[in-house]
Write a protein that binds this ligand. Sequence first.
Ligand SMILES: Cc1cc2nc3c(=O)[nH]c(=O)nc-3n(C[C@H](O)[C@H](O)[C@H](O)COP(=O)(O)OP(=O)(O)OC[C@H]3O[C@@H](n4cnc5c(N)ncnc54)[C@H](O)[C@@H]3O)c2cc1C
Length: 469
Amino acid sequence: MIPSVPADVLDALKAALGEKGWSQDAERLAPKLVEWRERWRGSTPLLALPKTTDEAAKVVRICALAKVAITPQGGNTGLVGGQIPQGEILLSTERMNATRDLDTVDDVLVAEAGMTLAAVHDAALAAGRRFPLSLASEGSATVGGLISTNAGGTAVLRYGVMRDLVIGLEVVLPSGEVWNGLKRLRKDNTGYDLKQLLIGAEGTLGVVTAAALKLFPILASRAVAFVGIAGPAQAATLLATAKAETGGEVEAFELIGRLGLELATRHLPGLREPLETRPPWYVLIEIANARPGSAQAQMESLLAGALEGGLITDAAVAQNEVQARAFWALREGQSAAQKPEGPAWKHDVSTPLSRVAEFIETATAALEQQFPGVRIDAFGHLGDGNVHFDVLGPTGGDPAAHAVGRDAGARIVHELVVSLGGSISAEHGLGTMKTVEALAYKSPAEVAALRAIRAALDPGRIMNPRVLF
Ligand SMILES: Cc1cc2nc3c(=O)[nH]c(=O)nc-3n(C[C@H](O)[C@H](O)[C@H](O)COP(=O)(O)OP(=O)(O)OC[C@H]3O[C@@H](n4cnc5c(N)ncnc54)[C@H](O)[C@@H]3O)c2cc1C
């Protein structure tokens, strides 16, 4: 239970932030107090809207002294509830959205925490560079949120997650002190890496205010294909072939099941079946490189060989950008397409790539046996061994009845994942949703070390107190 915030603390925060820097207006607050799927709703006595790092530091300092809790929020696209306050001060980075610097010699973009991923893409592109992290929420998800959740997305198999893409950070620590770690070094081997500790900390170790992000060359040649395939095992083989044949130029490799494809074409306007046949599984493949015109030929050669060898059953290669976008829309619409079907039990899990097929097959059989009529919608970043294993209720069934099985279903899925050497949270983090469960899968030694780190940095536990250990 979060204690109510004393009036003198609220007054001090308002004075520190100035007129434009805070709000208590219900309408202004409303969209920030509900998660996009409406799974979490919250409340706050004050929305703090710092414009600068100095203002953010003042907020944290005032709260630290008064032992008042803070929930940081970026784009509010998180999927595990960590950004929705339950009585804490809500610190939004909405107004901290500038590009501080972009250097094409260092190949670095220094972005403020509230900059959206789409804005980072645009800024990089305008300078003839590219920031490769890409995900369906990029119009709203912010640099601070992406860092705090160590976000992944569709290009991880080639470029890695945020931990691989951030080379410097500026953070307001829980004491209110500012740590300026905005270095631009590819090599910096000087002991503990505070930056990596902050990445993935889900707002529990401070407020990220800016970051130095790695930039990459623009790729001149790109080919996108939608492929029909018998199952995830064949898809894993196809990925290995694609990587070998292209010398690692596979930009994305996304798995979609038949149900997901059907829901996308049924519920999302303008989306059509990409193939004449109706295979049980699909993969979306993107190949990209810097040699103009060559990706299309690579893709066609890969798919011709795979068809001839019986590894795939059907394929369509996008002939232009419009078609490429239409293929991607089928993938990116997967979560939205589930919504009209009622609530889904969502599992964001990973296993070694070699065990993904076994995971999907075993988990599907176990859930179908335990919960007759459920519909499995498995899709995701196969190249990273990351499956979004979502369980929909029976067609036309009662959503409330389906919701009852959520926890038991998660136990089945997570036990299996762990037994296969996997993780119960591949890319969305733990938030308030998975923290308790994650504890059960960590050793006492690890939990003690993690708690000691948190207590040392935030003895009053003011930063996102309901999140993590
Ligand atoms: C349609 C859709 C598709 C998605 N696809 C992917 C995907 O492919 N891969 C993936 O990894 N995620 C995905 N996500 C999840 C989500 O977009 C990411 O977790 C994203 O990184 C959250 O960014 P945000 O700015 O919205 O953060 P928020 O939701 O606002 O916050 C998320 C967490 O970070 C903390 N936080 C936010 N800003 C700061 C800050 N400045 N300092 C400290 N803590 C902070 C919050 O307290 C919270 O714990 C998807 C979400 C949606 C809705």
